[in-house]
Design a protein around this ligand. Structure first.
Ligand code: ZN
Ligand code: ZN
Length: 439
C-alpha cells in the first residue's frame, strides 16, 4: 500500500509571503464623504456597544446549535426573540424561505431604504466553520442600534435574516420572492482571517451531466453497448484540457456520482456534477458554453445521449462592490481600531463564492470581511469553527454591528453619498435581470 504525496507548501507559502508584504504596506482608503452627523453617529455606536451582552449571547448560542441550509428554525427563532426583547415585531418565513426573518424600522414615509443582511446557516459536520453566527449577531446588533434612533432616521432600515448561503443561494430565492423590491442598497459583513474592505468573490454555477448509454454484457457482446462511463470519463478529460485556455481565476471542479454498478456490464448511465466559477457574470456565461461543448463532444464520441442540467440551486453571481459604501464601512471600522485593507492585498487565488453576489447585481451593496482568526486560518475548517466562538468573534460581532449601523446611517443621512452610490452602480452597468441572465 502506498500513500498520497505531501503537497508542497512553496506556492501557498509564496502567496502568504506576498500577502504579508502587501499587508505591511497597505493602508485603508479614505472616504471622500462626511457621512451622518457626528452626534447621531456617536449615539448609534454607543447603542451597538451597549448591546454587547446580547450579541455575545447570539454568537455563542448559534455556534452551540448549528443548523444547515433551510433547517435554521432555531436560529431564525433566536433572532426573532432577540428582536422581540427590544420591542421589534419581526416576521418569520418571508420571501419564499421558511427560515428567513424580516424586520423594519425607521421613517414612516418611504424614504431611502437600506437592508442589513444576516446569515446564520452552518456547514454539515463542522458547524459554524464559516462564522455565520458572527454575521447574524453583527446584523442584529446594527439593526437594533438603528431601531433605537428610529425617530431620527429619514428612511427605513430592513433586517433580512437570509438562510441557506452555503451551497443553496438562499438570497436568490428570497430575491425572486420580492425581498429586495423595496430596498435601495444592501450591506453585510463576513468574518475572516483579515480585516478587508473588499475581496474578490467568484460567480458559481452547478452543472449535472447525465450520460445515457446502452447496457450490454461487457465480455460477450461489448459491441452492442454504448458506454456512459466512457462519456463521463471523456468529459472529465475534456475539462482537464480546457483548463489551460481558461482565465487564471476560473475554477472547474467535478465528481462522478454514478459510473455504473458492475464491471461486467457496459454502463448505461453515468453522472458527473461540477461547479463552474468565474470572476465576471459574462466570463461565467462563456465558461458555461465551453463546458456544454465538452459534454456534447463526449456524448458524440461515445454515441451516448447527454442531459445537461444547470443550476439545480440558483447560481451565485460574483460580487460587484460599491466603493462609495465601502469607504463609509472603512471609516466606521477605523473608529473601532480596525484597518480594513483594500482589494488586491489578499490574493484572489483564495476566492470563493457567495449568494450576496446576486444581491449586488440588483442593488448597490458591500460584503466586507472582519477579522476573527489568524490570517492562515481558512474558511470551512475546524480551526475557523473554533475561531467563530472566540473572544475575537465576539468583538467582531460588536465592531461589525457598529460598522453596519454607521454605514447604513451614512447612507440614509448623507445625500451626496447616496447619489454617488447609485451613480457608481449605474456606471457599473446598472441592475441585471439575474433569474434570466444564464437562460
Ligand atoms: Zn462558507
Ligand atoms: Zn460564509
Amino acid at each position: 500500500m502506498s500513500h498520497p504525496t505531501e503537497p508542497d507548501r512553496a506556492y501557498a507559502g509564496a502567496i502568504e509571503e506576498r500577502t504579508r508584504t502587501l499587508v505591511a504596506g497597505a493602508a485603508p482608503e479614505a472616504s471622500p464623504f462626511g457621512g451622518a452627523p457626528s452626534d447621531l453617529a456617536d449615539d448609534v455606536e454607543r447603542g451597538a456597544e451597549d448591546l454587547g451582552d446580547r450579541l455575545r449571547h447570539v454568537v455563542q448560542h448559534l455556534h452551540a446549535h448549528p443548523e444547515t441550509a433551510f433547517e435554521e428554525h432555531h436560529s431564525a427563532m433566536l433572532l426573532h426573540q432577540e428582536l422581540a426583547r427590544h420591542g421589534i415585531d419581526a416576521r418569520l418565513g418571508v420571501h419564499g424561505v421558511e427560515t428567513s426573518v424580516r424586520a423594519e424600522t425607521g421613517g414612516a414615509d418611504r424614504g431611502p431604504t437600506i437592508a442589513i443582511l444576516a446569515e446564520y446557516d452552518a456547514l454539515p459536520g463542522i458547524g459554524h466553520a464559516c462564522g455565520h453566527n458572527v454575521i447574524a449577531a453583527a446584523g442584529l446588533g446594527a439593526f437594533l442600534a438603528l431601531a433605537a434612533v428610529a425617530d431620527r432616521l429619514p428612511g427605513r432600515v430592513v433586517l433580512l435574516g437570509t438562510p441557506a448561503e452555503e451551497g443553496h443561494s438562499g438570497k436568490e430565492v428570497m430575491a425572486r420572492n420580492g425581498a429586495f423590491e423595496d430596498v435601495d442598497a444592501a450591506i453585510m459583513v463576513h468574518p475572516y482571517g483579515y480585516d478587508l474592505a473588499d475581496q474578490v468573490w467568484l460567480g458559481r454555477r452547478l452543472l449535472t451531466l447525465t450520460f445515457t448509454g446502452v447496457e450490454a454484457h461487457a465480455s460477450a457482446q461489448p459491441f452492442m453497448g454504448r458506454n456512459a462511463l466512457d462519456a463521463v470519463s471523456l468529459a472529465y478529460q475534456g475539462i482537464g484540457l480546457l483548463r489551460q485556455q481558461l482565465p487564471p481565476s476560473d475554477r472547474v471542479h467535478a465528481n462522478i456520482t454514478d459510473g455504473g454498478q458492475s464491471p461486467n456490464i457496459i454502463p448505461g448511465r453515468a453522472v458527473m456534477k461540477l461547479y463552474a466559477r468565474s470572476r465576471q457574470p459574462a466570463t461565467l456565461k462563456d465558461l458555461s458554453a465551453r463546458l456544454e461543448d465538452v459534454a456534447r463532444g463526449a456524448a458524440l464520441m461515445t454515441g451516448t445521449g447527454v442531459e445537461l442540467q444547470w443550476d439545480e440551486y440558483p447560481p451565485s453571481l460574483p460580487i460587484r462592490t460599491n466603493t462609495a459604501l465601502t469607504g463609509r464601512w472603512v471609516a466606521a471600522q477605523q473608529r473601532r481600531g480596525r484597518s480594513p485593507l483594500p482589494l488586491g492585498v489578499v490574493s484572489e487565488t483564495l476566492a470563493a463564492s457567495t449568494d450576496f453576489g446576486n444581491v449586488s447585481y440588483r442593488i448597490p451593496g458591500i460584503h466586507p470581511l472582519i477579522r476573527i482568526a489568524d490570517p492562515a486560518t481558512a474558511l470551512h475548517t475546524r480551526e475557523f469553527a473554533v475561531a467563530a466562538a472566540s473572544g475575537a468573534a465576539e468583538s467582531a460581532a460588536v465592531d461589525g454591528a457598529v460598522g453596519l449601523a454607521l454605514t447604513a446611517l451614512d447612507y440614509l443621512l448623507d445625500a451626496p453619498l447616496r447619489e454617488a452610490v447609485h451613480a457608481e452602480f449605474q456606471a457599473q452597468g446598472g441592475p441585471i435581470d439575474v433569474p434570466s441572465y444564464f437562460a
